[in-house]
Design a protein around this ligand. Sequence first.
Ligand code: SF4
Length: 337
Amino acid sequence: MQTQSEARVPELNPAQRAELAPLYERVRDVIPEVEWAVHAPYIAEIERLKRERNAVILAHNYQTPEIYYGIADITGDSLGLAREAAKTDAGVIVQCGVHFMAETSKILCPEKTVLIPDMDAGCSLAESITAADIRLLRERYPGVPVVTYVNTSAEVKAESDICCTSSNAVDIVESLNSERVIFLPDQYLGKWVASQTDVELILWQGACEVHERFTGDELRRYREQHPGVHILAHPECPPDVLEEADFTGSTSGLIKHLSQSDARQVVMITECSMSDNVAVEFPNIDFVRPCNLCPHMKRITLPKVLESLRTLSPRVEVDPAIARQARRAVERMLEVA
Ligand code: SF4
């Protein structure tokens, strides 16, 4: 793994220091001063190179605050990032997220250069299923439509009828007007969607290695330790966790819920950095912070983003025939959503 010392950056000049000061004021509760001193020169240099390369940086809600607030032009969940990728005029997209997200950008913007700062930023869900698995399922359940979560490879999307994200999964399933739907690959998201609709779902055994670690017992302990705490959970969590939560939603759904809630103490049952990023937007809420990190998301660092912009690599490529097929499934989702 690359270290900060491998990607050297010039020291900040006084003008850059002054320019970055308001940003630090905003994030000082979630980034200690000693860490900011290391991050700030990278942020300044990345901003300079971004302009030079006509690049746009997309960052998922699970990226660390120095990326999310420091260098990102667009932040959001998978659906939000996919939509923005489709709209951008920039010639280069740097995806601060995991590989399937960069592939989705490439699928929607085949003519653009799409970079991912670390090619090994994978996802346990995306790795749980292959295109061949879907072909077998279609043989077993002829005529049953296939809905695929966006956390999948381009090859898997290409075999699907339509994609979904956790924010639109119920609407997408119901949009097909079918009594049965094959829903892949997250078993827990699938169980949650099944609880919200009359459509019968055929599920796969995939899981997110971050969300499946939470347990209902853990949530009950938070309630004992923090009486009155408001618990929000992502639908990739197991059913006993969702039963214990006060609200279930996608990352963008959780943020929207907070903006409409008068809760004073909150625990977010999702990836660790999400609470840090949201805490900046909601300074009056006290966040209890269990920390389940996604090791794949955390492969993306400022030095790697800088190196990626300097070298315009590693590039994400998708076979054009697969990209065409996959684009149909993603665009169909964007139309419904
Ligand atoms: S948090 Fe889970 S679903 Fe998201 S990238 Fe990491 S392993 Fe995949």
